[in-house]
Ligand binder design. Structure first.
Ligand SMILES: Cc1cc2nc3c(=O)[nH]c(=O)nc-3n(C[C@H](O)[C@H](O)[C@H](O)COP(=O)(O)OP(=O)(O)OC[C@H]3O[C@@H](n4cnc5c(N)ncnc54)[C@H](O)[C@@H]3O)c2cc1C
Length: 412
C-alpha cells in the first residue's frame, strides 16, 4: 500500500487526505492544531465556494453541512459613486448555488472524520527537518500548509507573480442579525460592493459554529480610508469600525445592519498578504522532494473568492493524478506535470482574473459591469465566472472581445 504524508489540515490537505484514504492509501496527516483548537479558535476565511468546488466535496461524500448552510443563488454587484450613491446595482444568477461553511466547522469536522476512519493524525507543526526525514519514509510528501512558514521552501515564481506587496487590507466580521436586502428579500446572493479607489465590501452568508450567520468583509486599498483595522484587537471595536465604513461608503448595505452582533469573540479577522505563485517542488536538504498544494503554490487575494475554490479543485486534480500514477515513482517530472495541468485549467485563470480585479478597472470592464444591469445574460455570465474563471478569457480581458460580446447580446 502506498504511503502518503499530507502536511496541513485545511481545505486542500483534508480533502486530499480523506480522498486518498477512501481509495485505500495509507495516509498520515500532520496538523499544527487539534480539531478542538480549530473549532474554538478564530475564523480564518469567508470561504464562499461555488458549484464545481462544492461538487468535488460531494463526490467524496464530504458535504456534511450542505443541507444546513445557506444557499447563495447569485452574485450581486453594486458600484458606489462619489456621493455614496449606487451607480450600478444588479444580480447575476448562478447555474449552481454557492455556499460557505465556516472553516472552523468544516476543518474540525473533517479532521475528526479522518481520525474516525482510521487515518493517522499527528498533531505537530512540521518543520523542514521533519519533512526531510519523512521524505525517506513516505512515497509522497504533500505540503498543504496554506500561507504558513513552510512556503519558504518553495521558490517564488517571479514570472507569474506581478506583486511584491499586499494589494488589499482584509477585515472580516461574522455577524448574526443582518437583515435582507429589501429589493430581493427572498433571494440570498453574494454581494460585491465596489467603492472605486477605496476598496470593496463583500457580504455573504455562512454556516458558523452557532448556526447561520453573515459575513461583512472589507477589502481596503492599502493606505486608503478602509485600511484602518491593523492594531484593532477588540472585536466590538472591529465591528463598530466595519459598520461606520459601511454607513460612509455603502449606505444601502448599512441600512440592514441595525440588529447585527458578532457571532463570537473569535468571529473577526484582520490581515493582508502578497499574492504569489511559487514553484511546485521543494528540494529537501537530504535529497527528498516535497510537492506543494493549493495556497502553498498559488496564493491569490480573496477579493474574487477563489482561494478555497482553487484549493478544492487542486485537491481533486492532485487526487486524480495520484490515482492515475498507480505504482510509479512520484518524481519531480510527475509533480511539475501535475501542477502545470492544474495551473492551466484552474489556478492560472483564477489568478489572471483576480489580479485584473485588484487593479484599476479598464474602461471596457466598467462598460461591461454597467451594461450587465440592463442585460441579464451578461450579469449571469459574469456571476458564473466565479465558478469558472477560465470563461473570462472569452469576453472580459480584451476590449475588442468585450465589445463584440456586448453587441451580440444587445442585438439578440
Ligand atoms: C479573509 C479571507 C477571506 C477569504 N474568503 C474566501 C472566499 O470567500 N472564497 C474562497 O474560495 N477563498 C477565500 N479565502 C481563501 C481561502 O480561505 C484559502 O485560499 C484556502 O483556505 C486555502 O486552502 P489551503 O488548503 O491551501 O490552506 P488552509 O486552508 O490555509 O490550510 C492550511 C492548514 O495548514 C496548517 N499549517 C500551517 N503550517 C503548518 C505546519 N508547519 N505543520 C502543520 N500544519 C500547518 C494551518 O494551520 C491550516 O490548518 C479567503 C481568505 C481570507 C484570508
Amino acid at each position: 500500500m502506498r504511503k502518503i504524508l499530507v502536511v496541513g489540515a485545511g481545505q486542500s490537505g483534508l480533502q486530499l487526505a480523506l480522498g486518498l484514504q477512501a481509495h485505500g492509501y495509507e495516509v498520515t496527516l500532520m496538523s499544527n492544531r487539534t480539531a478542538d483548537e480549530i473549532r474554538y479558535g478564530r475564523v480564518m476565511s469567508t470561504q464562499c465556494m461555488f458549484h464545481t468546488a462544492l461538487q468535488h466535496e460531494r463526490d467524496l461524500g464530504l458535504n456534511f453541512w450542505e443541507s444546513q448552510a445557506p444557499r447563495m443563488a447569485g452574485i450581486g454587484v453594486s458600484v458606489s459613486g462619489p456621493g455614496a450613491e449606487r451607480l450600478v446595482d444588479w444580480v447575476g444568477r448562478l447555474d449552481g448555488y454557492a455556499q460557505s461553511v465556516d472553516q472552523r466547522v468544516k476543518m474540525a469536522g473533517w479532521l475528526d472524520t479522518f481520525a474516525q476512519r482510521g487515518g493517522q493524525l499527528v498533531i505537530h507543526g512540521a518543520a523542514v527537518s521533519d519533512l526531510d526525514y519523512f521524505a525517506r519514509v513516505y512515497d509522497l510528501v504533500l505540503v498543504a500548509a496554506g500561507k504558513g512558514e513552510l512556503v519558504s521552501m518553495f521558490a517564488r515564481d517571479a514570472a507569474r507573480s506581478p506583486f511584491t506587496r499586499p494589494q488589499r487590507s482584509l477585515a472580516a466580521a461574522y455577524v448574526h442579525g443582518l437583515g435582507p436586502r429589501p429589493e430581493h428579500p427572498d433571494t440570498e446572493v453574494a454581494r460585491c460592493n465596489l467603492v472605486p479607489g477605496v476598496g470593496e465590501l463583500l457580504v455573504t452568508s455562512t454556516l458558523t459554529t452557532s448556526g447561520r450567520a453573515d459575513l461583512l468583509f472589507w477589502e481596503g486599498v492599502p493606505g486608503g480610508p478602509v485600511d484602518v483595522f491593523q492594531g484593532v484587537t477588540d472585536p466590538a471595536e472591529h465591528l463598530a469600525l466595519t459598520l461606520d465604513l459601511m454607513e460612509r461608503f455603502v449606505p444601502w448595505e448599512h441600512a440592514r445592519t441595525s440588529r447585527v452582533e458578532l457571532t463570537d469573540a473569535g468571529g473577526v479577522l484582520v490581515g493582508r498578504y502578497t499574492p504569489v505563485v511559487r514553484q511546485p517542488v521543494a528540494h529537501l536538504p537530504g535529497g527528498g522532494l516535497a510537492f506543494g498544494v493549493a495556497d502553498v503554490v498559488v496564493t491569490n487575494d480573496p477579493l474574487t473568492g477563489q482561494g478555497a475554490n482553487t484549493a478544492s479543485k487542486c485537491a481533486a486534480a492532485y487526487l486524480r493524478a495520484i490515482l492515475d500514477h498507480g505504482d510509479a515513482e512520484f518524481d519531480e517530472a510527475w509533480m511539475r506535470r501535475t501542477f502545470e495541468r492544474f495551473w492551466a485549467q484552474t489556478a492560472g485563470p483564477a489568478t489572471k482574473w483576480t489580479n485584473v480585479m485588484l487593479g484599476e478597472p479598464p474602461e471596457h470592464v466598467l462598460t461591461l459591469i454597467g451594461a450587465a444591469g440592463a442585460l441579464p445574460r451578461v450579469a449571469d455570465r459574469f456571476a458564473n465566472g466565479f465558478d469558472d474563471p477560465a470563461d473570462f478569457e472569452n469576453y472580459f480581458f480584451e476590449a475588442e472581445k468585450t465589445e463584440a460580446y456586448l453587441s451580440e447580446v444587445a442585438g439578440g
